[in-house]
Design a protein around this ligand. Structure first.
Ligand code: BES
Ligand code: MN
Ligand code: MN
Length: 471
């Protein structure tokens, strides 16, 4: 590709990078100790009790960026604060927007953790804690890298960092912030490290993410619970009705049974299917790791295709009736379920939400009240894989990990990626350092220390590489 900056400047930047990498190497232990401090803060965004921890965590991130020489700001929202930081933006340099999240998922079930979720522990070459890989550890890799750059004369690009506290609950307040600060957030490219490598030894750049519609459905039958002997058989049972409704969500060949659900689905191309077939994927390894005898899903698609390119509808939780030990003969008044639908290009979250609510309303017994609450909407994402930025990112990963990255997709969602594209017009590089067995959102979440260090090097090299982009 064309080198867009003068040779003298490039030589200077490359000699700075050597010092940056040396500093990163020499600071491994201190860096890990700082990450452990970050991980100790229980920044669980979904729980109201943790509101003070969210503020404390935002301040921790801000303090660090301040120390590294960024001008910083904590932006309050109706929810949790957003940390914004900038280095000295100079004309003629490309501008990079970094996004990460400091909030984490709830740690429950607590009894399944080998060591407590917010008391980080090092075992088998990994740090174990809630948020270790999602996303504090990956954010930390960037903070360490940019701090080293700042200590050696400053980053070679204009950098804006946005580190928010509501990703795990759908980034509800981010859109208003982004829309209001369009000018301030203008960038040539966005960088996010909140995804995975393909496998141990196979680092990756992710170019596809699924979208999300997360709905909770509430049924109310009689005004109160009833004796199942006295009333059973003569009144609607909210739990029975919920089960009947949920049982209509799929057809026997694994398709989602909502009219219009597949209307806008962009089908996989034969070329893409062929590319994915070449990835070093071993179904039996995955089955062993998951403790399953077989996978299941939509007929006619491989496991990777089902996870990366097909839309889904999954029950995430069901509640009704007596849940304590022993028996209680009761017809529950109320029943509810949480349901996530993962979307693929070009499905529209709002449209799918409407289809879901309308269909369940239609199918529900008429003497039972049905209500909905939305817990998240995110658009599906496909980032361009041609162009200078991806090529530079691939070089950075190769420098950091010592291996060429694979180009992969992922089944997860990161709402900001579609948001930045829609509101700022900027494409995101998804350069993730996690491993598939890191147990994100699950007990015993971990981040491999080798991945942490390789990720930190990758981040350091990436900012050097991106300096060659045309501003
Ligand atoms: N970092 C994850 C998403 C992810 C993980 C993508 C691994 C690719 C590989 C993110 O924090 C996440 O969990 N997102 C939520 C989004 C939702 C709450 C709007 C998700 O996917 O459930
Ligand atoms: Mn994440
Ligand atoms: Mn997450």
């Amino acid at each position: 590709m064309r080198v867009l900056y003068p040779t003298a400047r490039r030589d200077k930047i490359q000699s700075m990078l050597k010092d940056v990498l040396a500093t990163i190497e020499s600071r491994k232990h201190q860096s890990l100790a700082q990450l452990i401090e970050f991980l100790k803060i229980p920044s669980v965004s979904t729980k109201p009790d943790h509101k003070p921890d969210m503020q404390r965590c935002a301040t921790w991130v801000e303090d660090h960026l301040n120390f590294a020489g960024f001008s910083t700001q904590i932006v309050q929202t109706p929810g949790h604060p957003i940390v914004v930081a900038k280095n000295d933006h100079q004309a003629g340099r490309p501008t990079v927007l970094f996004y990460g999240h400091y909030d984490v998922q709830p740690p429950e079930p607590l009894e399944l953790w080998t060591s407590p979720a917010f008391e980080p522990a090092i075992r088998d070459g990994a740090v174990y804690a809630r948020g270790a890989v999602d996303d504090k550890g990956q954010v930390w890799a960037h903070l360490e890298a940019v701090t080293a750059w700042q200590a050696h004369g400053g980053l070679p690009v204009n950098l804006t960092l946005v580190i928010e506290g509501e990703e795990e609950i759908g980034s509800h307040n981010l859109e208003a912030f982004v829309a209001k600060n369009r000018e301030q957030l203008k960038a040539d490219v966005c960088v996010v490290s909140d995804t995975n490598q393909f496998a141990r030894g196979v680092p990756a750049i992710t170019y596809g993410l699924r979208g999300l519609v997360y709905e909770e459905v509430f049924l109310t039958a009689a005004s109160h619970d009833l004796h199942s002997g006295l009333y059973g058989g003569a009144v609607p049972n909210s739990a029975n009705v919920l089960c009947e409704l949920l049982a209509t969500l799929h057809t026997s060949d694994g398709k989602v049974n909502l009219p219009g659900f597949y209307d806008d689905v962009l089908e996989l191309t034969p070329a893409e299917r062929a590319e994915w077939k070449k990835l070093p994927y071993d179904e039996s390894d995955v089955l062993a790791e998951l403790g399953l005898s077989a996978t299941s899903g939509e007929a006619g698609f491989s496991t990777l295709e089902r996870r990366w390119a097909r839309p889904t509808c999954d029950i995430n939780g069901i509640t009704s009736g007596y849940q304590g030990p022993g028996a209680k003969t009761v017809i529950p008044s109320k029943a509810s379920a949480k349901i996530s639908m993962r979307l693929v290009p070009n499905q529209d979250p709002k449209k799918i939400q409407a289809i879901f609510e309308r269909t369940l309303r239609d199918r529900c017994l008429k003497n039972v009240k049905i209500e909905f609450e939305n817990h998240g909407l995110a658009g599906p994402v496909r980032t361009p894989i041609e162009g200078a930025a991806v090529k530079l990112a691939m070089e950075a990963v190769e420098a950091g990990f010592g291996k060429k990255p694979a180009l992969i997709s992922s089944g997860g969602s990161i709402p900001v990626v579609e948001l930045f594209k829609r509101v700022l017009g900027v494409d995101t590089l998804l350069v993730g350092f996690g491993l598939p067995d890191d147990r994100v959102h699950s007990p015993n979440e971990k981040f491999d220390l080798e991945a942490l260090y390789a990720g930190t090097r990758t981040a350091a090299v990436l900012y050097e590489k991106l300096a060659a982009l045309k501003p």
